[in-house]
Write a protein that binds this ligand. Structure first.
Ligand SMILES: C[S@@+](CC[C@H](N)C(=O)[O-])C[C@H]1O[C@@H](n2cnc3c(N)ncnc32)[C@H](O)[C@@H]1O
Length: 175
């Protein structure tokens, strides 16, 4: 299923438009909204999109991006200057799996796995931009980022009736 852009997509895209640069990777591209936004930014050299959903892969194949079908970074070999992710974050309903919404049993599984594997695909001084919902514990994400050696800031926030959305910008701490 192709995720129709919603508040989370637009909040993230607002920051992507201001910050994207260099070689960009759009993880979980869905409709391609983040990739299409990044492409318009002045300092962007190339955009690669990733998704695990075959319907999404055929949809974005007609766009001008490099397309990788992959479960997170499994089939991603390169490093990037700017990595974007609007992860699925609803606790799983195992009988009716929907990759565009399901974040595993706790709702955090996809985001946590993404963060754990991100640094291997990030150029020195590279930036990660992702969305986090208050439904899956923003404080836990801050703790996870510290454990993984990232410095971070929340660069955008939005309150909607049932949750708060935050956009995190992260970079690896200098050694
Ligand atoms: C909430 S949608 C976001 C779509 C789009 N980037 C946006 O901002 O509107 C999450 C996307 O992540 C993809 N996805 C979910 N789990 C994934 C995984 N393990 N690896 C790659 N993509 C995944 C889904 O198929 C879906 O397209």
């Amino acid at each position: 299923m192709i995720y129709e852009p919603q508040e989370d997509s637009y909040l993230l895209a607002g920051e992507v438009g201001k910050r994207a640069r260099g070689r960009v990777l759009d993880m979980g591209t869905g409709s391609g909204i983040q990739a299409l936004t990044a492409e318009k930014s002045k300092g962007v050299n190339s955009v690669t999109v990733v998704d695990m959903d075959t319907e999404v892969i055929s949809f974005v194949s007609s766009m001008r991006f490099e397309v990788i079908e992959s479960n997170l970074f499994e089939n991603v070999l390169d490093k990037y200057d700017f990595i974007i992710f609007n992860p699925p974050y609803l606790p799983n309903e195992p009988r009716d799996p929907q990759p565009c919404l399901d974040g595993g049993l706790t709702g955090r599984e996809i985001l946590d796995k993404f963060l754990e594997n991100c640094s291997m695909h990030l150029e020195e001084n590279g930036e990660i931009l992702f969305v986090q919902s208050s439904l899956t514990d923003i404080k836990k994400t801050e703790k996870k980022l510290e454990e993984l050696g990232f410095e971070y800031e929340i660069v955008a926030e939005q309150k909607i009736p049932w949750e708060k959305l935050a956009v995190f910008s992260c970079r690896l701490k200098k050694k």
